[in-house]
Design a protein around this ligand. Structure first.
Ligand code: HEM
Length: 248
């Protein structure tokens, strides 16, 4: 019963995550950008704009220029999250590649950085007046959910160890539609329930900035309105109409 419940939960969460993300990315990709609005100074070529987006994604460049404490906490959190997620690939890849074996300890240290950075981000929201004032319940909920996942994970690591070989068999079984029993430690079940919740809210929450950053016109447009005329499709249609009318 437990195995079946979690199997259904994770199939549902995966479908919601994949379809929800696809729908959001489709929407972003189709949203018109009728004007050239890069934040200047901006690169003048498309390659330069691509580099600019890369520097946003890798180094959080504009955050660094804006606020150093926020930059430090967010960047530390995201790097730690990446390492933790990479470490978790051992539950989905069989056999685990050598690089994955190699990064295991790094992922474990990263778990502490992740939790500490989340606590720091939350304190910043609570303590700094102007930030607290603009914080909504969903801002707090996102931090609480991520922190709860991190802390239950660390709890599993230190206080209530589970059979990670069986956890791996369960997830590989899910992918092959050949269900294997899931261990029943309460902390594991809590960790997994929170992860499934995260997967389901991700496409509908502010966490979607992970995909949105690539579609930000102020960052991904080159500053070349003099070299290349930027014209929205609706404006082009109007212009062509006007030319036809003149010719008639
Ligand atoms: C289906 C996905 C996931 C599964 C099956 C899973 C399972 C586990 C298990 C079994 C542990 C204990 C590891 C051990 O005892 O050595 C653990 C630890 C942990 N998990 Fe997860 N988890 C998942 C997703 C996540 C996500 C999305 C996050 C972060 C947002 C996360 C954060 C952590 C952390 C910080 C730890 C402690 C450090 C470590 O052992 O890696 N987990 N997880």
């Amino acid at each position: 019963m437990l195995t079946a419940t979690f199997a259904v939960l994770f199939y549902t969460a995966t479908v919601v995550l994949v379809l929800g993300l696809a729908a959001r990315v489709y929407l972003y990709a189709r949203t018109p950008a009728p004007l050239r609005i890069p934040t200047t100074p901006a690169p003048t070529s498309r390659g330069g704009a691509a580099l600019r987006v890369t520097s946003e994604v890798v180094a959080f460049r504009s955050l660094f220029r804006g606020e150093k404490l926020l930059w430090l906490l967010s960047w530390a959190f995201h790097v730690a999250l990446l390492l933790v997620i990479l470490r978790h690939l051992r539950y989905f890849l069989d056999p685990a590649p050598q690089w994955l074996v190699w990064i295991q300890p790094l992922g474990l240290y990263a778990a502490y950085v992740l939790a500490a950075a989340l606590v720091g981000l939350w304190l910043r929201r609570l303590w700094i007046d102007r930030v607290r004032h603009i914080s909504t319940p969903s801002d707090h909920a996102a931090l609480a959910l991520l922190l709860a996942i991190g802390l239950t994970g660390l709890g599993l690591q230190h206080f209530q160890p589970t059979d990670i070989v069986a956890v791996k068999a369960f997830f590989i079984g899910l992918m092959q539609f050949n269900w294997q029993p899931l261990p029943s430690e309460p902390l594991l079940l809590l960790h997994l329930t929170l992860v499934a919740l995260l997967m389901m809210v991700f496409p509908f929450s502010k966490l979607l900035h992970a995909a949105g950053v690539f579609f930000s016109p102020t960052r991904n447009q080159p500053d070349n309105p003099r070299e290349r005329r930027h014209i929205a499709p609706w404006a082009r249609a109007l212009e062509q109409d006007a030319t036809h009318q003149k010719q008639e």
